[in-house]
Design a protein around this ligand. Structure first.
Ligand code: NAD
Length: 317
């Protein structure tokens, strides 16, 4: 494969690139990343000689077309996005620019190069939230986003579906639950808990900390994407693949587990005013993706230890 990975210097994209280079040394990879605050090119330092790295914007259609043509790209894996819900509440416009117009730009490229397979990485947040008793969402359930972030991702997904129907491009959408692991931007929930706990500062927990998330270790997510990329017919009819770990945890329990690993007291937990529109729970039915032979390999406990260790090492450097 000749793959263009967008957002490959961010959290999930960087793990995908590192694993793909190791597992498929004969593939060629071009990474396109705008290098926003969430990116760190250093995550890719061990493979920079084996890939082509371009700093640029997915909304720059001319640039992406040039890259596709020059490097004979046959597959795009699209991780590029603005991703922090709280930022989207303060200022939605960067989210619309990248998550909607950026996706539209990549679809223009796919129109111009119809042999490309486009894997668009999306999120469980497009469905909105569930109550404690709701069944996990299935791939064809209606979208009902709550935050500007989720609405921008849902818009991107709808544009992909429309492009498949109208222009016949080859695309698939993956939707996953909350990822965790090394390389995640410091403002996200688990890195925030680790960072503030290490500093002995109050750890901000929204409301009573009872909101639930399903936690998927980042490399398990990347492995699921590889399975999709090698599944015959995956790109034929805009299939939607769910990726989840069935490991739901209350936020407060995640924070307590981190404190336990770090040997820090629970008195650091500090309850703060809830996020506006805060979704209660997400859950995805990933049985179809599992039927392709994928399953998560890293338990929540094991993944959390690895994650805490990575941030702890980074903090002492
Ligand atoms: P991230 O914020 O860590 O990284 C995003 C990357 O995209 C960064 O490297 C950034 O520089 C790059 N980028 C942003 N705008 C760009 C643009 N216009 N052009 C090129 N590059 C641009 O995000 P992440 O957590 O790695 O998420 C990757 C994808 O997975 C996103 O689409 C996100 O919606 C989705 N997702 C993430 C999670 C999660 O828990 N992290 C859960 C579900 C879905």
């Amino acid at each position: 494969m000749h793959i263009l990975v967008t957002g490959g210097a961010g959290f999930i994209g960087s793990h995908f690139v590192l694993r793909h280079v190791e597992a498929f040394p004969n593939d060629s990879l071009v990474v396109l990343d705008k290098l926003t605050y969430a990116a760190d090119k250093k995550f890719l330092s061990s493979v920079l000689e084996k890939i082509i790295f371009i700093e640029g914007d997915i909304a720059d259609t001319k640039l992406v077309k040039e890259l596709v043509s020059k490097h004979r790209i046959d597959t795009i894996v699209d991780f590029a996005a603005e991703t922090h819900v709280d930022r989207s509440i303060s200022d939605p416009y960067p989210f619309l620019q990248t998550n909607v117009l950026g996706v539209a730009s990549l679809l223009e490229v796919c129109k111009a190069f119809p042999m490309i397979r486009f894997l668009h990485v999306s999120t469980d947040e497009v469905y909105g939230d569930l109550s404690d008793t709701d069944a996990p969402k299935k791939p064809l359930d209606p979208l009902c986003p709550s935050s500007p972030y989720a609405a921008s991702k849902a818009s991107g997904d709808l544009l992909v579906q429309a492009a498949v129907r109208t222009y016949g491009i080859k695309a698939a959408i993956s939707r996953c639950t909350n990822n965790f692991g090394p390389h995640q931007a410091e403002e996200k929930f688990i890195p925030t808990v680790i960072r503030t706990a290490l500093a002995g500062l109050p750890i901000p927990i929204y409301a009573e900390g009872k909101n639930k998330r399903d936690w998927l270790y980042v490399t398990d997510h990347c492995d699921a994407l590889e399975v999709i990329l090698t599944t015959p017919n995956a790109f034929d009819a805009c299939r939607v693949f769910h990726i989840s770990s069935d490991s739901e945890q209350k936020n407060i329990d995640v924070a307590k587990a981190i404190l336990k690993i770090l040997g820090k007291p629970e008195s650091l937990l500090s309850f703060v005013r809830d996020r506006p529109g805060h979704d209660w729970r997400y859950a995805l039915d990933s049985s179809e993706t599992r039927s392709l032979g994928w399953k998560p390999n890293i338990s929540f406990e094991e993944g959390l230890k690895k994650t805490v260790e990575w941030y702890r090492e980074r903090s002492v450097r």
